[in-house]
Design a protein around this ligand. Structure first.
Ligand code: ACO
Length: 330
């Protein structure tokens, strides 16, 4: 039973400086601007420099979100970071962000759910706020996939970019219109081998052989993931709308994970939603994994597309396999 409503206080985002476009990638692998644009909708993406790590991007996005809200640093009760490319296997990136923000004596932990990491983290935050344990949870989605990319594999290396987005999930006042209506998360571990990083964990620790064989990079069966993505994002949006007695036409903005424009268009078609109600920025960022949804939401708020009171529906899928949706009145 929820004692309180949770709401999104604010969003923030950060992308590293370096921008790489399709023509730059033509020089790296056998590909073309035309193939990448028509098959994925991507044109540019941001890449970190060698000395930047996930916590650097995450901290900048967090500062952006905190300073866009009325929440003070000292009022943050918990930090949750969705990522699969943290600074280290341990400690968690959330603990490193805590140190960088100068916050003491609060819990901080990471959530591993592939590209669904941000939505999984919102689900966690929402529960803590609704049950009264926490008042303000800093939620961050960050990934640096370019550091686990196989630069000789044209099937994957053109897809990824780096970035971070953040939100503060706060307790909403009794009469406040802004609130998270519902969230729903799912997984299917039996399909985990469609998208994974083989080496670097306890199953296959780092060795000269794993490095030589490129086993520390993203392995993905693109076609199977493509079909799963459409099916699972549709299933979770349909479920969350049905159980709240709403229809897709009641939603002002759909903010889907940005992995492929064709996936996003297929989802919109299945939901009978026109593309002008779907937030898309894939042409500028590529797939930033856990970063895509908070970056797209932040941009849409800053450009005044999304306004207070709008109904927003966030939906993601990723490695695990994992997927889910969050329905909110912003
Ligand atoms: N440039 C030129 N040709 C290419 C490229 C490229 N970059 N990549 C693949 N091709 C070729 C293939 O080799 C193949 O050629 P062939 O027919 O001669 O063998 C042809 O293009 C078609 O390949 P497909 O794999 O069928 O292409 P598809 O249309 O499925 O697009 C893609 C591939 C973009 C990867 C798509 O399947 C996709 O977006 N899948 C989902 C990816 C995704 O959503 N990932 C999410 C999670 S990522 C994460 O969590 C880390």
């Amino acid at each position: 039973m929820a004692l309180y409503n949770a709401k999104f206080s604010s969003f923030g985002s950060f992308a590293p400086k370096k921008v790489v476009n399709n023509f730059d990638l033509e020089k790296l692998v056998e590909t073309s601007d035309e193939w990448i644009r028509t098959r994925t909708g991507m044109f540019e993406r941001h890449y970190t420099s060698p000395d930047e790590a996930a916590s650097d991007l995450a901290t900048q996005a967090a500062i952006h979100a905190i300073e866009s809200s009325s929440v003070k640093y000292k009022d943050i009760d918990l930090i949750v970071v969705g990522t699969v490319t943290g600074d280290h296997a341990f400690p968690s990136t959330a603990c490193i962000v805590q140190k960088k923000l100068g916050l003491k004596d609060i819990p901080a932990f990471d959530v591993s759910a592939g590209c669904s990491g941000f939505l999984y983290s919102i689900d966690v935050a929402r529960n803590y706020v609704e049950n009264g344990t926490m008042k303000n949870v800093l939620v961050i989605g960050v990934d640096i996939l370019t550091k686990i990319t196989n630069w000789t594999d044209r099937n994957t290396c053109v897809l990824f970019g780096d970035g971070a987005g953040a939100t503060i999930v706060s307790r909403a006042g009794k009469n406040e219109i802004s609130h998270i209506i519902d969230s729903a998360i799912f997984s299917d571990g039996s399909q985990g081998d469609l998208l994974y990083q083989a080496a670097g964990g306890s199953r296959m620790p780092a060795s000269h052989e794993t490095v030589d064989k490129n086993l520390h990079t993203v392995y993905m069966e693109g076609n199977k993931i493509f079909k799963n993505a459409i099916r699972s994002m549709f299933a979770s949006t349909d479920e969350i709308l049905r159980r709240n007695k709403m229809e897709a036409k009641d939603v002002d903005w759909i903010i889907p994970h940005q992995a492929n424009l064709r996936i996003i268009e297929a989802l919109a078609e299945k939901l009978h939603v026109p593309m002008n109600k779907v937030i898309v920025n894939i042409e500028k960022y590529g797939n930033t994994s856990s970063g895509t949804i908070p970056i797209a939401t932040d941009e849409a708020i800053r450009t005044k597309k999304i306004r207070r009171g709008d109904i927003i529906l966030l939906t993601a899928f990723g490695a695990g396999l994992t997927w889910g949706s969050v329905l909110a009145r912003y």
